[in-house]
Design a protein. Structure first.
Length: 116
């Protein structure tokens, strides 16, 4: 199969799907090297981890906290956090909600979304 030279995506038009963080609009899933997700973080986000995937959360809007292996870290728009495989994590929105871009490498694999 020939690889496309680019994938142009309007994340706002991609249907949202439930995820442990809230609702994710997933793009570039067939790229293999990485995928991109626009995520609305919900107040009931669930702690999870990945065995192979590395994620970068880039905070677009809303302040809150990032829980990493049980420790809370304050986050705000313009900040980013890289989450390595095996790291338990979840974003915890403040009262104004939270929206992030999630870069996943290699590309997202739903079978590598694990819970304790």
């Amino acid at each position: 199969m020939e690889e496309k030279p680019l994938e142009l995506v309007d994340l706002g038009s991609v249907p949202g799907v439930p995820c442990p963080c809230g609702t994710s609009r997933r793009a570039c899933l067939g790229a293999g090297a990485c995928s991109l997700h626009l995520v609305e973080i919900s107040t009931d986000s669930r702690t999870h981890y990945h065995q192979r995937l590395t994620e970068v959360y880039y905070f677009l809007s809303g302040e809150g906290q990032m829980e990493i292996d049980g420790r809370l870290h304050p986050v705000r728009p313009g900040m980013a956090v890289m989450i390595r495989p095996g790291t338990r994590h979840r974003a915890v929105p403040g009262r104004t909600g939270m929206r992030i871009l999630n870069f996943v490498a290699p590309g997202f694999d739903p079978h590598d979304e694990l819970f304790d």
